[in-house]
Every structure is written in structure tokens, then in C-alpha cells.
Design a protein around this ligand. Structure first.
Ligand SMILES: C[S@@+](CC[C@H](N)C(=O)[O-])C[C@H]1O[C@@H](n2cnc3c(N)ncnc32)[C@H](O)[C@@H]1O
Length: 670
């Protein structure tokens, strides 16, 4: 093993006290990781090696040498040090934890699980082993196990952003089999966390509510007052849009009766104020996707007229108008209200129960407009399909995301190296120039900019409104992103060669996706990587059937989209099961994007291969979709990172919905 040791520079003369050497080395190591600094890491390495020379049985020193090697991606070297340490003390939680990490980084999930299990059994607190154990359970699809571990961890580590985000990731996969008061209390606490994506609490919240209200039991009487004050329902309404036909039925029924009963007196009964506010918040989130019947349409129109008249009278108090505004907001996002501009012109002190919602709904459209007007522009191509696509996203920017969630800050190239061990990556330099082509409302661009070190992010899109939304979110998350309005067919005008281009869910909406890919390839530096996401034909079989059924009558107006949606719901979950299962069915922009897009192409993996070959690009690898680890192990006895395109094709035949979230893959420009 002498060759391993020679990789460490020993120019500094050895010091005596191994403990103080390790203390200093640890400090250098922490700084090196924080700043992603190679020289500091080298210094840490030298000191740790000297410490080992002074005492070759001192475990914290040996463990530090392993962690430094791991950080450098030298897994063999790291394993050497860990094995060395474990031969001295086989039950060291710290070394077992490092061994788990090495196994995890090299894709040995079973080994990693064993090491983390052993480490947590010996000490629950010395390391983050339980956290990583749960992470592996997640990767392996053992969601309930993962959820139970995170649920325990959050009780003592609620301030740890990573624990919170992993808890939410696991919860996203959980459906409750029964109602539990204890779990409801926990959920209510989780709703109060910040910096998390609350929509990940949706399936658990919905299933808990279904059991609590016994929604699946035919003819079970419901007490509207009790529902109106249900804390879990109210929390859900404020934090995510519901994606369940039964909940939609319940909520639209309640909404209708609230509108009918409150419009008569133009007052909302006290016991229902929170519910009406919640339904207004829900309508903002789902962009008024629920069906509105003719009687409701008439009443809404009368309330809109009345609000406009009151606002035209001069001074207006909240008591004159708050009930009217709130009732209309159950049916239309405030920004679409015909009286929106008049309302903005008044300075109204809203009652507490609706103040926060009003502040957001009045401010946000103005902020988006202001940002959109500042975005720099390159040429639009004049391509007729690009024009139609732009028109769609100007009216319905997608997705209207509200929370980024949290990700452990990471190095972009290291992350790719662990996703695709052995892949040829772009040369390491700072900054890495990254283009998000077709960035939409910016979630991907903001996530990249916020959570990866050393990236310079440019984000391009056809739709100015989408860019306005994206820029607003970038500001909220403190990200410096260069937003550009234009057609990716004109990407040459960006005058930049990018190290990485990410283009997700965009090319398949172009008239000639191969031209779009060509335009992007020309802006990719030699050796650069491109991440592409494209629709799978197989995963969209049912959607294709629906589009064929609708033929020329693909709805584009909001009322038509609502009507077609309602018909699908009425026709029942059997016929359209997969569509009704998709969360995108439950918000207006997402539903239009999912089902009624003005232009879409779908692919199989042979066509993906041809597209890439024709663009002169090389295949790097597929981002494993959820469930892929277990499926690949069951069917092919392989791990996802070892699968070829043909293997993925085989897996897709076994599970046609495998790529419901699109084919997401990386290619490389030679
Ligand atoms: C389905 S959205 C995806 C947005 C984003 N990539 C995401 O994953 O959230 C498609 C986006 O691509 C944009 N787009 C479509 N064709 C484009 C083109 N030729 N040039 C630039 N952007 C385009 C649309 O305006 C829209 O915002």
C-alpha cells in the first residue's frame, strides 16, 4: 500500500502531538469542504498524514484520512484507511459511517445499508448514520421504512434543514391506511416548517383526511361546520393544491353552497371564514382548475360587477368589500379578477384572516410584471410553432411553483460523477457556464444556482411572463441568474460556449426538435454535457388516446379546459385512471401542459438514440426514475448506473409507466 501513501505530500516536518495535528487538520478539512478549496484540502491531508505517522492507531486521524480521500473521489484510498481503522476497532461508529459513505458513493447500496445499520445500532448520535440509512431505504423504494426513520429523527432534529427535506421526500410517497391523531399532530407541526416543499405532504394529508372524514364510505354524513374548521384541511388548502377527485368533489360542493348562501347577504358566516379563505388560497394555487357550473358563473359575474362598482365609488373600507372579494377568489385567482387594477389602486386594511393572502395576491402579479419588463431579449425566431408555444406559456406560465424545498449544497461535477461513475466530465474550472434552455418559471435554474457551487447560470425562455415569475423567485432565493427572453433556435446569439446545458421538457414542444438540439449543440463546448428530458411515447399512451379522441377540439380557453376535465372526472377513474393520478391534472397551467399542449412529440428509446447520434452527441446515462433500483435489480440483476439504453428499453416494457416523469438523460459533446 506504499503507493497510496505517496499520494500525500509530506513536505512539512512531522509534529509530535497527533491530537493537535488532527484538530488542525479537521479545521482545514471543514474549511476546504465549505469553500471547495483544493489547497486547503491538501493542507488537511498533510497534517492528518503527519498525525498518522505520530500515532498510527489514532482512529479520528485514520477516519479523517478516509474522509479526505473520499472528498477527492479516491474511493480505493478511502477504503484502505477505513479498513485499516476497522481492523483496529471493528465497532467504531465513525468508521462504519465512513464505510457506509464509500459504499454509497460507489453504488453498493446493500453494503452501505449494512454499514449504516451497524453504525446506528452502536450509536444513534455519534454520526448521521440513521439519516443515511433512511436515504438508502428511499433509494431502494422502502418508503415506509424511510418515513419511520425520518419521523423519529425530526422529533429531535427539527432545525436540521436536511432532515426536514428528507422527511418531506419520504412523506411524499406515503399514503395513510387509517387516521391517527398522533400523526395528524405531527403533520400540523411539519406544515409550519420553512424552506421545505409543502406539496410533499399532500398524499399523506389527503389520505388522512379521507379516513378522518370517511370520504370513501358511500352515504356517510358530513358536518360542514366541522369540516370548515378542520385544522389539517385548512393547512392543506393553504399550502398545496389537492390532487384527488374525491377531495375535489367535497371541496367544490362546499364551495358552491358557500357561494350560494353567502351571496344573498353578501356576508360569510363567522364559522366559515377560514374555509372560504382556504378555498381562495386553493384557487390561487390550482389557478381555478375546478369546474364552475352556470349558476356559479352567473353569481361570480354579479359579484365581479358589484366589486367593480364599489371600487369606483372612491374611499373603500375592508368591511365594504372583503366578503365579496373573498367569495370571487374561490373562483378566480385575484390577478384575473376584472377589478384587479382598481383594487390595487386602493389601500385597504384587510381583516386578519385574509391579510396575508391579499398581500401576496395583490403584490405578486405586479412583481412579476416588473421583473418581466427588465429581462434582456435576443431575437425570437419567427418560427410559427414557437409563436404558438410562446402564446400558451404567456397565458399559462408553467409550473407556478411556490417552494424550492431544500437540497444539500453540492458540487455539480461531483454529483454527476457519483450519478455516472466513470463518465467523462467537463474539465474542472470556475465558474462552470450553465445554460437552462427553456427555463419556464425557473425552478430548475434557481435550484441549480442556489444549491451547486461555482455555477454561472443563464436561463432562456420564449415566455416573458414565465421569465418574470422565474426572476421573482430568483430574487426571493437570493440567486444571481442571467435571464434571457428568446428562442433557443437563436441560441447562437448568446455568444457563449457552455460547459453544461440543461433542457428539460422543451425540445418535444418544438416543430423540429432536432433543429433545437442542433442549435443547442452548437453552443455546447467540446467535452460539455447536456441534460435532456423528453416525453416517452409509452408513458403517454393514455394521453395520446385522449388527444386523439378530442381531435381538433383540444381546449385552450380556461372554461373549456375546466369542462373537459370535469367530463374526464365524471367518466370515472377506471377509464382515465393514469391521468387522474397525475398531480398535473389538478392545476390549470399544469393540466394544459400535460394534456392539451399546442405541440408535442413523443419518443421511444430507439428514437432517442437516433436523435442523439444525428446531433453528433455521445450517450452518458439515464437519470434513474423512481422505482428503477428495485426494477433493475429484479429484472436484470443490475444497478441503474450500469444499464445501457437497451436495458432501459427492456425495463420500460416491463413497467410502461417507468418514464411517466419523462426520459431524463445526459449526453456529451465529443
Ligand atoms: C414544459 S415547460 C418546462 C419548463 C422547465 N424546463 C421545467 O422543467 O420546469 C416548457 C418551457 O419551454 C419553453 N420553450 C418551448 N419552446 C422553446 C423555444 N423554442 N425556445 C425557448 N423556450 C422554449 C416554453 O416557453 C416553456 O416555458
Amino acid at each position: 500500500m506504499a503507493n497510496l501513501q505517496t499520494t500525500i505530500q509530506t513536505s512539512t516536518p512531522p509534529l509530535r502531538d497527533h491530537r493537535s495535528l488532527i484538530e488542525a487538520a479537521s479545521r482545514y478539512y471543514s474549511e476546504a469542504v465549505r469553500l471547495n478549496d483544493v489547497q486547503l484540502l491538501e493542507k488537511a491531508s498533510q497534517l492528518a498524514y503527519q498525525a498518522w505517522q505520530a500515532d498510527d492507531r489514532y482512529l479520528p486521524g485514520i477516519n479523517l484520512l478516509a474522509r479526505i480521500a473520499m472528498h477527492r473521489g479516491q474511493y480505493q484510498n478511502a477504503k484502505y484507511w477505513v479498513d485499516n481503522g476497522l481492523s483496529i476497532k471493528p465497532d467504531s461508529p465513525g468508521l462504519l459511517y465512513s464505510a457506509g459513505h464509500i459504499a454509497l458513493s460507489t453504488g453498493q447500496l446493500d453494503d452501505a445499508e449494512e454499514f449504516f445499520t451497524a453504525s446506528s445500532r452502536i450509536s444513534q448520535v455519534a454520526t448521521k448514520s440513521p439519516m443515511y440509512l433512511a436515504h438508502i431505504k428511499l433509494l431502494k423504494g422502502a418508503y415506509v421504512d424511510a418515513f419511520q426513520i425520518y419521523r423519529e429523527l425530526i422529533k429531535t432534529q427539527a432545525n436540521d434543514a436536511q432532515v426536514r427535506s428528507k422527511l418531506f421526500e419520504a412523506t411524499d410517497q406515503i399514503v395513510a391506511d387509517f387516521y391517527s391523531v398522533e400523526l395528524e399532530q405531527e403533520l400540523l407541526r411539519w406544515f409550519e416548517f420553512e424552506d421545505v416543499d409543502h406539496s410533499q405532504l399532500r398524499s399523506l394529508t389527503t389520505s388522512m383526511l379521507q379516513h378522518k372524514m370517511r370520504l370513501t364510505e358511500q352515504g356517510c354524513p358530513l358536518d360542514p361546520e366541522q369540516i370548515a374548521n378542520d385544522p389539517l384541511l385548512l393547512a392543506g388548502l393553504q399550502h398545496f393544491y389537492f390532487t384527488d377527485p374525491l377531495m375535489e368533489k367535497l371541496l367544490t360542493t362546499l364551495r358552491r353552497s358557500l357561494l350560494l348562501s353567502s351571496s344573498r347577504e353578501l356576508a360569510i358566516p363567522g364559522g366559515f371564514l377560514d374555509l372560504v379563505t382556504g378555498l381562495a388560497a386553493q384557487c390561487e394555487l390550482n389557478e381555478s382548475v375546478w369546474f364552475i357550473d352556470p349558476q356559479e358563473t352567473t353569481l361570480l359575474s354579479q359579484l365581479n360587477d358589484l366589486a367593480a362598482r364599489i371600487l369606483s365609488l372612491g374611499d373603500v373600507n375592508a368591511s365594504d368589500i372583503s366578503a365579496i372579494v373573498l367569495l370571487t377568489m374561490m373562483y378566480q385567482p385575484l390577478r384575473h379578477a376584472p377589478f384587479f387594477d382598481a383594487l390595487v389602486a386602493h389601500d385597504i386594511l384587510w381583516p386578519t384572516h385574509m391579510a396575508e393572502l391579499m398581500d401576496k395576491c395583490l403584490q405578486e402579479p405586479l412583481t412579476i410584471r416588473a421583473h418581466a419588463s427588465c429581462v434582456r431579449t435576443i431575437n425570437l425566431s419567427g418560427d410559427p410553432i414557437s409563436d404558438q408555444v410562446r402564446a400558451q406559456y404567456e397565458v399559462h406560465p408553467y409550473p407556478r411553483w411556490t417552494s424550492l424545498g431544500y437540497h444539500q449544497p453540492a458540487d455539480y461535477l461531483d454529483t454527476l460523477a457519483s450519478l455516472f461513475p466513470g463518465a467523462q466530465l467537463p474539465e474542472r474550472h470556475e465558474p462552470i457556464n450553465l445554460l437552462v434552455a427553456g427555463c419556464g418559471t425557473g425552478r430548475q435554474a434557481v435550484r441549480l444556482s442556489r444549491y451547486f457551487h461555482g455555477l454561472s447560470v443563464t436561463a432562456l425562455d420564449l415566455s416573458k411572463t414565465s421569465l418574470g415569475y422565474a426572476a421573482m423567485q430568483a430574487e426571493r432565493y437570493g440567486c444571481d441568474i442571467d435571464f434571457v427572453h428568446g428562442d433557443l433556435l437563436e441560441a447562437a446569439q448568446l455568444n457563449t460556449q457552455y460547459d453544461v446545458i440543461e433542457c428539460s421538457g422543451v425540445l418535444h414542444h418544438m416543430d423540429h426538435p432536432e433543429d433545437g438540439l442542433q442549435a443547442l449543440t452548437e453552443q455546447l463546448a467540446s467535452g460539455g454535457l447536456m441534460k435532456i428530458a423528453l416525453y416517452s411515447r409509452q408513458a403517454r399512451t393514455l394521453i395520446r388516446e385522449l388527444r386523439e379522441t378530442l381531435g381538433e377540439d383540444l381546449p385552450t380557453s380556461e372554461s373549456d379546459i375546466r369542462l373537459v376535465r370535469e367530463t374526464l372526472i365524471q367518466q370515472g377513474s377506471e377509464q382515465w385512471h393514469a391521468i387522474l393520478q397525475s398531480p398535473d391534472f389538478y392545476s390549470l397551467s399544469a393540466c394544459r401542459d400535460l394534456l392539451f399542449h399546442t405541440k408535442e412529440h413523443t419518443y421511444d428509446l430507439q428514437e432517442v438514440r437516433r436523435l442523439i447520434d444525428n446531433a453528433g452527441l455521445e450517450w452518458v446515462g439515464m437519470v434513474a426514475p423512481q422505482g428503477a433500483y428495485k426494477l433493475a435489480a429484479d429484472v436484470l440483476k443490475l444497478k441503474p448506473q450500469h444499464l445501457t439504453l437497451n436495458d432501459w428499453h427492456t425495463l420500460e416494457q416491463v413497467n410502461p409507466a417507468l418514464f411517466a416523469g419523462m426520459y431524463q438523460f445526459y449526453v456529451r459533446k465529443p
